[in-house]
Design a protein around this ligand. Structure first.
Ligand code: SIN
Ligand code: CO
Length: 379
């Protein structure tokens, strides 16, 4: 299946728009049929494991309120016909058939993609004009929504407001999106969506760590390492000149010690991939109640059992001199590059007997026993 980018190829879209400019794609999805509706979404928002928000209010009154799920069915019966939006995160993980939709965005590396957030809005429903830190594809799934955007805006937010809503917003462009239309927005473009009738917007979101996120993660990662990475030493110490001063030479040596500890590239590459395989993951995958043995897994596959990725894991891999190191929700598994690629492919992995040498079966067994992969006979 091709990327849902209209006449643009993935390369053209990335060159011209990705992280640079908004892009409206009319009929990105022809005859789009949403696989769930507002009632299904409300049902999900009542479940314990599901992250959801109910936003009420309007631009005119600036009377925004936000409540967090899980909700009770009775919460929805008193909502009225206007000015509310229900937003649910990670819907493709809670409802596996939607993974195929995420697969249409596989021209973006999977470690850069986050989740499918679905909002159902009543007429007039909006979360106010705001900016996001991540690229997003806003797919109109049902009903119509007017989107207004501005690349220049004053960053001040409304005071005493439970949402990040811009105090002032002057749209530069606006469009009414119909089902199947999609608007791509890079980070930090102010946007405001208002439902013209009841309907859904499906947001395919991306993720990108900040330098601070990486450093915090790196500190945690290194703290599990038994190698302290040397210790400050100064056999050439000179008599102190000014009381209390850390002089330039001491600072240089300390910085050097720290950077040398970080700049062990093999270790750092593993950290980066492990970090990204967990970043913004709301739940950890749970191991199966009974571990499986390699020989039983091989027999199950011989008998036609299939492997599925647990939607609550993230898989990504890096090349190593021996093959691939695959990372799943922060854990590392060594395997061949071909197995790693198959496990990460857009469709569910198609494991063939011919590829099942002993190391591959052992890796798959470990992945199943840590909960990253599921055997179809168990699901
Ligand atoms: C919405 O679906 O109403 C909000 C999505 C967004 O602005 O990112
Ligand atoms: Co937004």
């Amino acid at each position: 299946m091709s990327a849902p980018l209209g006449n643009l190829s993935a390369g053209q879209f990335l060159n011209r728009y990705w992280q640079k400019e908004p892009c409206l794609i009319r009929r990105a999805f022809d005859d789009f049929e949403p696989l769930l509706d507002g009632n299904d979404l409300a049902g999900l928002a009542c479940e314990e494991m599901v992250e959801s928000r109910l936003v009420r209010g309007s631009m005119e009154k600036s009377d925004w309120t936000v409540e967090y799920g899980p909700f009770d069915e009775s919460d929805f019966s008193s909502l009225g016909e206007e000015n509310w939006t229900l937003l649910v995160q990670d819907v493709e993980k809670h409802y596996a058939p939607l993974q195929a939709l995420m697969g249409r965005f596989s021209f973006i590396p999977n470690w850069r993609l986050d989740d499918l957030m679905i909002s159902f809005a009543a007429t007039g429903g909006s979360v106010g004009p705001h900016t996001d830190q991540y690229d997003v594809f806003l797919l109109q799934a049902e009903g119509t929504r007017r989107w207004q955007i501005a690349s220049s805006f004053e960053p001040e937010l409304l005071r005493d407001c439970p949402l990040n809503v811009l105090q002032r917003f002057t749209p530069e462009q606006e469009w009414v999106l119909e089902p199947g239309d999609m608007l791509y927005l890079p980070p930090n473009v102010a946007h405001h969506g208002i439902a013209l009738e009841p309907g859904m917007t499906w947001s395919i979101g991306s993720r990108a760590p900040s330098g601070a996120d990486l450093l915090q993660g790196l500190g945690e990662w290194l703290s599990f390492d038994t190698d302290e990475g040397g210790r400050y030493s100064d056999p050439d110490l000179q008599p102190a000149k000014r009381a209390g001063e850390m002089d330039a030479e001491a600072l240089r040596k300390l910085r050097q010690l720290m950077l040398a500890r970080i700049d062990d590239s093999d270790n750092v590459d593993s950290f980066l991939a492990a970090f990204m395989s967990r970043f913004r993951l709301a739940h950890e995958p749970a191991p199966p109640p009974e571990p499986i043995r390699s020989k039983d897994l091989l027999a199950a596959i011989q008998n036609g059992a299939q492997l599925l990725r647990n939607p609550w894991t993230r898989l990504t891999w890096i090349e190593t001199p021996q093959g691939a190191r695959l990372f799943a929700a922060g854990q590392a598994f060594d395997c061949s590059t071909s197995l790693a690629e198959i496990l990460c492919q857009r469709e569910q992995p198609a494991i063939e007997m011919a590829m099942l040498d002993k190391p591959s079966v052992d890796t798959l067994t470990k992945l199943i026993n840590k909960g990253h992969m599921l055997l179809t006979s168990d699901v």
